[in-house]
Design a binder for this molecule. Structure first.
Ligand SMILES: [Zn+2]
Length: 507
C-alpha cells in the first residue's frame, strides 16, 4: 500500500510539475503580498481607531449633544477635525497602496532578473489597474523585450558541478598529510569555503547561470505512470551559460568531527538555513559555513545567477542520518554490530530521541525545499551500484525509503556514490540491466555519475543521465599547477586555490 502510494505520488511529480510549482511559487508570492497588505490595512485601521479615538467618539456625540455636558466637543470643530481626519486616512490608504504596488514591482523585477519574464509579467498583470500605470506598462514591455533576446540553451552541453561538505578550517582539515589518511582524503576530495566563494564569483563573472537538474528535460507521464523525457527548454540571454549543481553526502558524518567542517544545518530565527559550526574553543557558531547558506546568500545578492530561482540537488545517504541529524533507526535499535563512532556519539548524547531528531531534520529539509533545493538518493549505505548485488541494492533502497524519504520526501533522482554508474556511458540502461529495472520500478528516472569531461547529458525516452564534475581539492590542485586542464572553462584554478591547501597526494 505504502509503496503504491509512493508510486502514485511520484507519477504525479513529472512534467507539468515544474510549471505547477512555478505557478504555485508565484501564487504564494501573490498571497504573501496580499497578506502583507491586508496586515498593513488592518494595522492602519487599528492605529487610526486608536489615535483618532476621541474625534470618532465625538462624532455621534455631536448628534446627541443634549445627552452630554456642554463643551464636550463643539459640533463645528468636530466636523472640521473629522474632515481633516478623513483626508489623513485617504493619504494613508494611498501610501499603503503605493507600498503594495512598489513591492509587487520589486518582486517582478526579481523574477525577471532570474529570467522568469513570463512570471514577472503575469505578476504585474495581477495588479488591478496595471493598464493605466505607466511604470507597470514600461516594466512589461521591458521584460517582453528581454525575453525576446533570449535564446534556447543546448541542454546536451550543460555542465554539472558538485561539492562535498566545505572545509571551514583548512588548518584542521589538512594537518598531518604524511601521517593521517583522513587528512589526505580531506585534501583530495574537499573544497574550502574560500575556494567555493571564489569559484562562485568567477563562474558568475563568466556568465554561468544555475539551472535545476530537472530543467534539462521535460517529463510527461502515461496513464500507467510510465515517464517520457524530451529535451527541456531553457531560455537565457545569449551571453549566459547554464550549469547544474549538486552536493554529495550532506550528512555531516561522524568522521568529519574535529576536522573543521560544519556540524549540521539549522534554521535561524527567520527560518533560513544556516550551519552550526563548533569552533576550536568548543563554542558553537551559527552562520554560512557550507554551500547551502553561502549559495543562498550569493543568489539573494545576485538573482541573475540562477534561472527561475533554481538551487542545487542534495544527494543523501542515510547511515549516519541526514543534514547533521542522527535520524537513522540504528541509533535507536543499537544493533550489536553498530559502528564505533555511532556508539560513541550515543554515549555523548544520552538524551537522544529519534523522533525529535527526525522532526528537526524534517523542518530543515522543508525549508530547503521551499527555497528550491531538491533531494536525491546517494544510496543509504554509499554503495557502488555497479559492483554490488541486486539483492544488496534492494535492501539498501528499502533502508533509504524507511529512513531518509520520510524526511526529505520522495525523489526520482539517484546521484551515484563513488560516481560508479549502473552501466558504461555508451551502454543503454534498458538493455536488460536488472538493477536499472529495479530502480526504475522504485520511481528513479534521473541518474548522475562522475566524469572528468566538460559535460555529458543523455535524454532517453524513459530516463535522463548526466555526468558530473568534482570541484574538489584534487582537481583544483592539479589544475593550479598545470598538470591537468579540466577546469579552465569554469575558472582559473591557480587563482582560486586556497593558499592554506598543501600539495595534494596523487591518487
Ligand atoms: Zn558520496
Amino acid at each position: 500500500m505504502e509503496k503504491q502510494r509512493n508510486e502514485r505520488e511520484k507519477s504525479r511529480k513529472p512534467g507539468t510539475d515544474r510549471r505547477y510549482l512555478q505557478k504555485k511559487r508565484m501564487r504564494s508570492a501573490l498571497l504573501l503580498l496580499l497578506a502583507i497588505s491586508a496586515a498593513g490595512i488592518l494595522a492602519g485601521a487599528i492605529a487610526a481607531s486608536q489615535d483618532g479615538g476621541q474625534q470618532e467618539a465625538g462624532q455621534p456625540d455631536a448628534v446627541e449633544t443634549g445627552a452630554r455636558p456642554a463643551g464636550q466637543g463643539s459640533s463645528g470643530g468636530s466636523r472640521e477635525d473629522s474632515k481633516a481626519k478623513e483626508e489623513e486616512e485617504k493619504k494613508k490608504a494611498a501610501a499603503r497602496e503605493k507600498e503594495k504596488r512598489d513591492a509587487l514591482l520589486k518582486e517582478a523585477g526579481t523574477l525577471a532578473a532570474g529570467y522568469d519574464y513570463d512570471g514577472a509579467v503575469e505578476l504585474i498583470k495581477s495588479w488591478e489597474g496595471y493598464e493605466g500605470d505607466a511604470q507597470m506598462q514600461e516594466a512589461i514591455s521591458d521584460y517582453e523585450a528581454q525575453k525576446a533576446e533570449c535564446v534556447p540553451v543546448n541542454v546536451e552541453e550543460i555542465t554539472h558541478i558538485f561539492y562535498h561538505t566545505l572545509v571551514v578550517d583548512p588548518e584542521l582539515a589538512f594537518a598531518n598529510q604524511e601521517t593521517d589518511p583522513q587528512a589526505v582524503g580531506n585534501n583530495q576530495w574537499m573544497t574550502t569555503v574560500d575556494e567555493f566563494n571564489k569559484i562562485t564569483q568567477a563562474m558568475y563573472e563568466q556568465g554561468y547561470v544555475l539551472v535545476d537538474l530537472h530543467d534539462i528535460a521535460k517529463e510527461t507521464v502515461d496513464a500507467d505512470g510510465t515517464p517520457h523525457f524530451t529535451p527541456g527548454e531553457i531560455l537565457l540571454p545569449p551571453d549566459k551559460k547554464a550549469y547544474v549543481l549538486s552536493l554529495d553526502d550532506l550528512s555531516y558524518y561522524h568522521s568529519y568531527d574535529g576536522y573543521g567542517y560544519a556540524s549540521k544545518l539549522v534554521l535561524d530565527e527567520d527560518g533560513k538555513p544556516k550551519c552550526e559550526y563548533i569552533q576550536r574553543d568548543g563554542t558553537v557558531a551559527v552562520g554560512d559555513y557550507d554551500v547551502v547558506p553561502l549559495m543562498d546568500r550569493f543568489l539573494e545578492e545576485h538573482p541573475d545567477a540562477a534561472y527561475h530561482k533554481a538551487r542545487g540537488t542534495i544527494a543523501l545517504t542515510g547511515y549516519n542520518g541526514v543534514l547533521g541529524y542522527r535520524t537513522d533507526i540504528s541509533y535507536q535499535t543499537v544493533p550489536d554490530d553498530i559502528d564505533a563512532d555511532k556508539k560513541k556519539w550515543l554515549e555523548e548524547h544520552p538524551d537522544f530521541d529519534l523522533e525529535t531528531e527526525r522532526a528537526n531534520a524534517k523542518k530543515v529539509a522543508d525549508a530547503l525545499k521551499a527555497e528550491g533545493w531538491r533531494f536525491a538518493s546517494h544510496t543509504w549505505g554509499h554503495l557502488r551500484v555497479g559492483s554490488v548485488s541486486l539483492e544488496r541494492l534492494q535492501n539498501d533502497t528499502v533502508r533509504w525509503r524507511e529512513n531518509v524519504e520520510p524526511i526529505v520526501g520522495a525523489t526520482d533522482t539517484i546521484i551515484f556514490a563513488h560516481g560508479e554508474d549502473l552501466a558504461g556511458w555508451e551502454q543503454n540502461y534498458e538493455d536488460g540491466n536488472e538493477k536499472y529495472n529495479y530502480l526504475r520500478d522504485q520511481g528513479f528516472h534521473w541518474f548522475c555519475n562522475v566524469d572528468s569531461k566538460q559535460y555529458g547529458v543523455q535524454i532517453c525516452d524513459h530516463y535522463v543521465r548526466q555526468s558530473r564534475r568534482n570541484l574538489d581539492g584534487y582537481r583544483i590542485y592539479f589544475n593550479s599547477i598545470g598538470e591537468q586542464d579540466s577546469l579552465s572553462d569554469l575558472f582559473d584554478a591557480a587563482k582560486i586555490i586556497d593558499p592554506k591547501r598543501p600539495p595534494v597526494h596523487p591518487l
